[in-house]
Design a binder for this molecule. Sequence first.
Ligand code: ATP
Length: 201
Amino acid sequence: RALRVGLTGGIGSGKSTVACLLEERGAVVTSADEVARDVVSPGSDGLAAVVAEFGEGILAPDGSLDRGALGRLVFSDDLRRARLEELLLPLIAAEAWARMDTVPDGRVAVYDVPLLVEGQMQDLFDLVIVVEAELEVRLERLAARGMTRDEALARIAVQATDEERRAVADVVVSNSGALEDLSAEVDRLWSTRILEPGATA
Ligand code: ATP
C-alpha cells in the first residue's frame, strides 16, 4: 500500500504550504479541512445529521450549511460543541481514510491534519511530519491573513504545544525562514529514504 504520512503543525506554521510542496513532488495529499467541508456538503448524510441535531436554522437559504449560524450555536456551549464533534469526527475520519486507501502502492499518501496530536492519530501513520515556526513568525503570517494578535494567540493557546507535537514527530520541518529554504528542506526530505514506501520511520 501507499506510505501513509500524517502532516501537522500549529496554525500559521506552514503545514498546508508543506503539503503543497510535497504534492508538487508527487505525494497525494488529503486535506482534513477539505474533507471536513465535504462531509457536510449539500445533500450529504453529514449535513442531514447536523440538521437533525441542531435544527433547520443552521441551513442557508440555498440548503447549504450556514457555518456562521452553526458557529454561533456551538460557540461557548461545550456540550453542543462536543456533540457536533461526536457527529462529524467519525465521518471525517472515515472519508479521509477512504480517500487515502485509493492512493496506489508505491505512492506517498499525505494527510494534512491540523489536529493530529489533539485527536491522537499518530499511530495511524507510517510517518508523522510536524511543521514548526517561531511564534513571532506565525503571528506575522496570521496577521497577514487578517487575524489579530490576540485572536491568533487565543487559537494557539487551545492547540497542542510544540513540545506535544514534537513528542509524536518522526520528522520536524522548520519553517521560520523564507519559502526557498522551506522548499529546499522539503527537497531534502523527499530525497531521503524515509519517504520511500516500504521504508520505516
Ligand atoms: P493553518 O493551520 O492556519 O491552516 P498552516 O500551518 O496550514 O496554517 P499555511 O496556510 O501553510 O499554514 O501558511 C500560513 C501562511 O503563511 C500562508 O499565507 C502561507 O502562504 C504563508 N507562509 C508559509 N510558509 C511561509 C514562508 N516560509 N515564508 C513566507 N510565508 C509563508
